[in-house]
Write a protein that binds this ligand. Structure first.
Ligand SMILES: COc1ccccc1CNc1ccc(C(N)=O)cn1
Length: 245
């Protein structure tokens, strides 16, 4: 999967493929990240890339012509890519949207700086606005990098063990279960017996039970729009009966 990022800091976002899982994926040709810098299209001798907002008010906006020139360059390089604009006004990024985006062969991410971009550029070039959450950052680059990481994990072959992509808790909608590794006894706290039983059926059931209990205790909102299986229902009822005691 090919990612294009329109950003004033291309060297920063291109660092994504120099560490860890994404480095290997990039070396294996499974993903690529290319920056497109509006500053490369600046013509004035100050190479300015921002401009003043009509109507006054604090802050600047990204300049229309240099930003659009970079978007056009990105669209020429990635002709089949939808353009995703990272902004606090966007659709909340979640695992279902990540999985939707992972089906694309290429994607262009527009990382705004300052107070964002001119609305006419959004109307002309943006296919989807996406928000990481309800907070304001200095730019869209961190959002672009988070999105690239989450989407890349869904690209076949990027994660050594494809099962771990599916098992990721949000891939299965619930919060993740607790995890344990050596030593068996850590400061008097031991690993739950079931995980060392070698009984995979019981281990899987224990993990689902733990995920459900954590989800119930920490994120009850996850139960609002989810239909539970009979197994999940009985596990939650068991948990509730222990809470009521
Ligand atoms: C004032 O900044 C902007 C205003 C408008 C657009 C982009 C920016 C760049 N900053 C961003 C970007 C995304 C998110 C998010 N929540 O996804 C947070 N901040």
């Amino acid at each position: 999967m090919r990612f294009g990022v329109v950003t004033l800091f291309p060297e920063w976002v291109e660092q994504l493929t120099s560490v860890g899982v994404l480095e290997r994926a990039s070396q294996n040709g499974l993903i690529s990240v290319t920056g497109f810098n509006p500053r490369d299209h600046a013509t004035d001798n100050h190479r300015s890339v921002d401009d003043r907002p009509f109507g006054g008010g604090p802050g600047m906006l990204m300049q229309v012509d240099t930003t659009e020139a970079a978007i056009i360059k990105a669209r020429e390089a990635l002709p089949n890519a939808p353009v995703v604009y990272l902004s606090p006004q966007g659709r909340a990024l979640n695992q279902p949207l990540v999985q939707e985006l992972a089906r694309l062969p290429e994607l262009i991410l527009l990382a705004g700086r300052y107070e964002g971009i001119d609305e006419r550029l959004v109307d002309e070039h943006v296919d989807l606005e996406v928000s990481l959450g309800d907070y304001v950052l200095s730019g869209g680059e961190l959002g672009a990098m988070v999105l690239i990481d989450a989407v890349s994990r869904m690209v076949p072959g990027v994660l050594g063990d494809q099962a771990s992509a599916e098992q990721d808790s949000f891939a299965a909608h619930w919060l993740d279960c607790p995890h344990f590794t050596r030593p068996v006894d850590y400061r008097g706290n031991t690993v739950p017996e079931v995980l060392r039983s070698g009984h995979h059926g019981r281990i899987e059931a224990w993990r689902l039970q733990q995920s459900l209990e954590r989800s119930w205790d920490r994120r009850p909102d996850l139960f609002e729009r989810k239909r539970l299986t009979t197994t999940e229902l009985s596990m939650i009822n068991e948990h509730l009966s222990t809470l009521e005691k």
